[in-house]
Design a protein around this ligand. Structure first.
Ligand code: BDP
Length: 721
């Protein structure tokens, strides 16, 4: 009896999983068996054997990936072959026999060192497929591309694909601490098991590298920007080296964060003054030591004189002094310095949105060639919506590196479904007007606007030890989409969503179309239920979880939400026009002029730039208060729609992911309502106006919302206010 029961349970629980190969861990590299027999046969006819010319760990990885995908797609092995119809050749261009290299000669000028060419060719009467590039990494990227063509069920009989990344340094920033906590991380602990490195090499390290290589990410900063200098000691360099060795075949360089006071903390020198000869020598020696172990080490990311981190200002030196000193140390090894522009001071009464620009723009053109100044997408701090950072339009002689946040610190953590590439795309498409019209942020970043030799883009990772890497199954799409936009910042976020869905779940239109739509709308939804009409930085303190527009008691004025919304009985919003902080003057004229008046400011940025009366008349003829309230409500309704859409998707998704997403959506809905109710209850104290009829009355009073506390919300570091 007992046995019978168990086998029945096994039947119920085992079979659904066994018949569905989808697994969260495999990300977008699911390689599901191709069910369509005709399609499968056409692929099999076109790919009958593989020949890899040349020898390297990167080529091995390419072969391995293609072979694995092949076995999963067709339940057949891809055999080694030398010739014949359907041969797939993988080779660096230098290794190709001349007849083959000649056939792609004219395409070679169109790719850069990481690009690839995939061509269907006729060779000695046989139809073959060639994947080549100028480097083995190019071949690896091409291999992932061929696999993807099959994941998307595209025709591969007549391939002529030529592709190259448009940005050089495509980097993830891990805010991972050495104790394995992750600052602003919501997907478990750090992947890097420092204590057991270098001996224990986890399979996750290779899978992390595969996933990144498949989207063209070529660098990873392993440690938190709030840096610990221990990482620069011999004991840790050995561990970093072990990770670098796993990542190298996949074209991924490792970088570390450099704590500016490291020379001082090491006890070797009694200062960290960047102009001190001993300090300079200390960093040169440190760089030599690291490069002796890790010859392709990428360089350092530095957060200096920001939120309490040490930096050159401690010694009355400038950011240029600091960055250039480090740049000199790594230059002999082709290393780079990514110097962050995320600076603002509690001693500066100036509008926080203006401070980074004021501090950095005067240095335009003074940084060494191997320095990238890393700038967050907006002038405050990774909010659900910000206008682009004015520095992107103001430093034509300095390579600026974009910093996006993939982890959802200000967007509901890992429990809210928010497809971030939509946000990234909005920033990349904005026009800075730095060289006249059509000087988009994307063109600043990829260097095409002013012919930059060094270009870069960074994303603060949302990855951890969670079984599915990102906590929310859809968090994977923001990692994926970041990589795709880093490769090509002109891609549409919609196209990216579609390909991610097909690779991660299924190719069925009945699934892909509605869920793409859901993903695209999810970004605007979070803006509406958290910070509509240009509001920003009104989250709760420290952990940044939930609403906290009332917070006004923090030691630093610009950490308080009241600093940003400035609600009073007269109205709401931050006046950044000529009559206010004049932050607008940091933008080029068409913007500065246009946004100076509320009538010509896009409503999405209205309260970012203007303080307006509650009864200010909006474009739809209603008052500002009315629109604020209905927009909050719209945000909630958007989430309700997401819930409904997802309900219809059950048949296309494995049970585990289906249910997980359903449950997360319920959390999102509950929290969207919480944001709406808490914010409206608070702002109503100033507006003294009725909540419109179409918006439900808040369930609780303001006292209740203010009383909520979350001492154990994830992602916070204990010492962080
Ligand atoms: C803020 C985060 C903080 C980071 C900081 C940064 O709250 O944890 O250290 O950004 O980017 O948004 O340095």
């Amino acid at each position: 009896m007992k046995l019978k029961k168990i086998s029945l349970l096994l039947l119920i629980f085992y079979f659904p999983l066994a018949t569905n190969a989808q697994s969260d861990y495999d990300l977008w590299l699911q390689y599901e068996e191709i069910q369509d027999a005709g399609l499968s046969q056409s692929y099999l006819n076109l790919l009958t054997g593989i020949k890899v010319i040349g020898n390297s760990p990167t080529l091995d990885a390419s072969r391995h990936e293609i072979s694995n995908a092949y076995t999963s797609f067709f339940d057949e092995e891809l055999k080694n072959a030398n010739s014949g119809d359907g041969l797939l050749i993988l080779a660096n261009i230098d290794q190709l026999p001349s007849d083959l290299s000649n056939s792609v000669k004219s395409d070679l000028g169109k790719i850069n060192s990481e690009g690839y060419i995939i061509r269907s060719l006729s060779n000695n009467g046989n139809k073959i497929t060639l994947i080549t590039g100028k480097t083995d990494v190019g071949v690896l990227y091409g291999s992932f591309r061929l696999i993807k063509e099959m994941q998307l069920h595209n025709d591969i009989s007549n391939l002529a694909i030529i592709d190259s990344p448009k940005i050089q340094k495509r980097v993830l920033n891990h805010w991972d601490n050495l104790d394995r906590t992750v600052e602003r991380g919501y997907a478990g602990f750090s992947l890097w098991d420092w204590h057991l490195l270098p001996e224990l090499i986890k399979p996750e390290y290779t899978d992390y590298a595969r996933a990144n290589a498949s989207i063209g990410i070529n660098g990873t900063v392993l440690t938190n920007v709030n840096a610990n200098s221990l990482i620069l000691t011999e004991q840790y360099i050995e561990k970093v080296k072990a990770l670098a060795e796993v990542f190298r075949p996949y074209g991924i360089q490792v970088y570390l964060t450099a704590r500016f006071s490291a020379p001082l903390e090491s006890g070797d020198v009694d200062t960290a003054d960047p102009l001190n000869a001993e300090v300079k020598q200390w960093w040169k020696d440190k760089a030599d030591e690291i490069y002796a172990e890790i010859p392709d080490f990428g360089g350092f990311l530095v957060k200096a004189n920001s939120e309490g981190q040490p930096g050159p200002n401690n010694y009355d030196r400038t950011h240029v002094d600091g960055a250039n000193m480090l740049a000199e140390a790594v230059a002999p090894h082709d290393g780079i310095i990514m110097w962050r522009a995320f600076v603002y001071s509690e001693h500066d009464p100036e509008d926080r949105a203006k401070q980074a620009y004021s501090e950095f723009v005067p240095f335009d053109g003074q940084f060494k060639d191997n320095v990238l100044v890393q700038v967050k997408n907006g002038p405050i701090d990774f909010q659900p919506r910000e206008p682009f950072h004015p520095m992107f339009g103001a430093m034509p002689n300095t390579p600026l590196m974009m910093e996006f946040q993939i982890t959802q610190e200000y967007l509901g953590f890992a429990s809210h479904l928010v497809y971030l590439p939509k946000l990234f795309e909005e920033t990349l498409e904005e026009d800075t007007y730095v060289n006249g019209e059509n000087s988009t942020v994307a063109k600043v970043i990829d260097g095409s606007l002013s012919n930059k030799k060094l270009t870069g883009i960074a994303g603060v990772a949302n990855i951890g030890t969670a079984k599915n890497w990102t906590g929310h199954p859809f968090g994977q799409s923001s990692w994926y989409g970041f990589g795709r936009l880093a490769w090509d910042p002109y891609m549409s976020s919609e196209e990216i969503a579609e390909e991610w869905l097909k690779m991660t779940f299924t190719n069925e239109d009945e699934f892909v179309e509605p869920v793409t739509d859901l993903m695209i709308k999810s970004r605007e939804a979070v803006v509406k239920y958290m910070t509509p009409l240009g509001l920003h930085h009104i989250m709760d303190t420290g952990h940044h979880y939930g609403p906290g527009p009332w917070v006004s008691n923090l030691s630093r004025p610009e950490w308080n939400p009241v600093y940003y919304h400035k609600a009073d009985t007269d109205g709401i919003g931050f006046d950044r026009t000529t009559s206010g902080s004049d932050a607008l003057s940091q933008y080029a004229d068409p913007i500065a002029e246009r946004y100076n008046s509320p009538e010509t400011t896009p409503e999405k940025y209205l309260l970012w730039f203007h303080h307006l009366p509650w009864d200010y008349q909006m474009k739809n003829g209603e008052t500002l208060w009315h629109n604020l309230a209905i927009t909050y409500q719209e945000g909630v309704e958007d989430v309700e729609e997401m819930v409904e859409t997802w309900k219809n998707m059950e048949e296309y998704v494995d049970q585990e992911r289906y249910e997980k997403v359903s449950m997360f959506l319920q959390i999102q809905l509950k929290e969207a309502k919480w944001w709406r109710d808490a914010c409206l209850t608070y702002f109503q104290e100033f507006s003294n106006m009725e909540i419109p009829e179409t918006v439900p009355q808040p369930e609780h009073d303001l006292k209740y919302y203010k009383s909520l506390e979350f001492p154990f919300a994830p992602g916070i570091r204990p010492s962080w206010e």
